[in-house]
Design a protein around this ligand. Structure first.
Ligand SMILES: Cc1cc2nc3c(=O)[nH]c(=O)nc-3n(C[C@H](O)[C@H](O)[C@H](O)COP(=O)(O)OP(=O)(O)OC[C@H]3O[C@@H](n4cnc5c(N)ncnc54)[C@H](O)[C@@H]3O)c2cc1C
Length: 387
């Protein structure tokens, strides 16, 4: 198998700065040398290699697009390229960085007090503290505005009650960003690990995103000091701002998974002989490979344009929806076709496409399902809410 060297049919590298390419290369090397050798074993075990997190932190990949507080202060295209390279390894690896960066550090950075930022952001950037983001509930996923979790003020404390489910890193997190109804509106709070009444546990039996820890937590009269409110994280809009940041990263990340699968299928097809010729010499197979690289290239253009818009502060949520919706669906279809090209080998953990395909089922669902993003775009272009 040829070493992985990206996929760039339209010479899009010409649009990237030297620094952007260097950052991409350093993450690519980390994924090849440190992550890919252990991913199959962790995927089978249903675990994440947390021993790599300090190195991921030392590389500046956590909270990478935030300024100050020991964060790397990178631009939005650099952030996207990092997500792409991490997800080339596994969606679980990108999920760890996405959740930490966009769903946990970003709300503390954007809505927190100076004290909260100084306390949490530096250790989170170094990977010494892990965060989780609790928005989804057992009965409210696509429609978080219906959430049942509540917060009530009692003296100098808040008392939280409710259940959050399908929360990445819930059972290992040092700090949870939790959303609950307070005084008639959704509000963000910080719940540190080991707070009495905060009861996290891991969800087992997953057939997707196995190299990622997914859990749930119950808040049973969970009492936190009043200074743990994320004061400016008020209203569903605040939670959606975090999701927009994460969805932007997923639009890039999914490209990484698609590119890994294309690379694997192309190389396999060139080496595998069937009916006396390389598989890659068959027109049907070339048709599949051409479709893959065309879809990847369109997805790259979409992500790059989103990066430019985000960089200039002009990006709108419905534009991010198109990136998340299209690129994840594209990656999922490419992973399935790659798996088909590999024949029986495609189901083995010696190869990546089946793992990516299984992972992308989750990525298609979380951070707004494919259909939810369609509804967001549909409302934007028609002015009619079809939720
Ligand atoms: C591995 C994994 C990790 C996750 N990590 C997190 C996390 O860290 N934090 C967090 O808060 N959440 C997390 N989630 C939860 C995720 O965001 C939700 O699963 C997602 O929002 C969908 O919600 P749901 O599962 O309740 O599905 P539902 O909302 O019940 O949707 C089921 C189906 O109905 C469709 N649907 C919904 N509304 C409409 C409509 N109006 N019209 C037509 N069809 C509709 C959906 O598209 C979907 O196909 C994670 C999920 C997974 C699988």
């Amino acid at each position: 198998m040829q070493p992985y060297d990206g996929v760039d049919f339209l010479n899009l590298d010409e649009l990237l700065s030297d620094q952007e390419k260097q950052i991409r290369q350093s993450v690519r090397t980390f994924v090849s040398d440190k992550f890919l050798p252990v991913v199959a074993e962790h995927y089978q075990a249903g675990t994440f290699p947390f021993n790599l997190v300090p190195e991921i932190g030392a590389m500046g990949l956590l909270g990478c697009n935030l300024q100050g507080y020991d964060c790397a202060g990178l631009n939005d295209i650099e952030y996207g390229l990092i997500m792409m390279e991490l997800e080339r390894g596994d969606s679980g690896l990108r999920s760890l960085a996405s959740v930490q960066t966009s769903l946990c550090m970003y709300p503390i950075y954007s809505f927190g007090t100076e004290e909260q930022k100084k306390k949490w952001l530096p250790p989170m950037a170094k990977g010494e503290k892990i965060g989780c983001f609790g928005l989804t509930e057992p009965d409210f996923g696509s429609n978080p505005s219906g959430m049942l979790s509540t917060a009530v003020k009692k003296g100098k404390s808040f008392i939280l009650n409710g259940t959050k489910r399908w929360i990445t890193n819930a059972s290992v997190a040092d700090i949870s960003i939790v959303w609950a109804k307070y005084d008639g509106d959704i509000q963000g709070f910080l719940i540190p690990k080991n707070t009495p009444g905060y009861l996290p546990k891991e969800i087992g039996g997953k057939l997707s995103l196995r190299c990622s820890v997914t859990g749930e937590f119950v808040m049973d009269h969970c009492e936190i000091p009043e200074e743990n409110i994320l004061k400016n994280a008020r209203g569903l809009k605040a939670a959606l701002m975090c999701l927009s940041s994460a969805r932007y990263g997923i639009a890039w990340g999914a490209l990484g998974a698609a590119m890994a699968c294309y690379h694997e299928a192309l190389n396999y097809a060139k080496e595998r002989e069937v009916f006396g010729t390389p598989l890659a010499q068959k027109q049907l197979v070339q048709s599949k490979l051409v479709w893959m690289i065309t879809e990847i290239t369109k997805g790259q253009l979409l992500a790059l344009r989103l990066g430019q818009l985000k960089q200039s502060g002009k990006i709108r949520p419905h534009q991010i929806s198109m990136g998340k919706m299209n690129n994840v669906q594209m990656a999922l279809e490419i992973a399935r076709v790659a798996r088909d090209i590999l024949g029986a080998s495609g189901i083995s953990d010696e190869y990546q496409c089946m793992r990516h395909s299984c992972n992308l089922e989750s990525v298609n669902t979380y951070e707004g399902t494919y259909d939810v993003h369609k509804l967001i775009i549909g409302e934007k272009i028609t002015g009619l809410n079809a939720f």
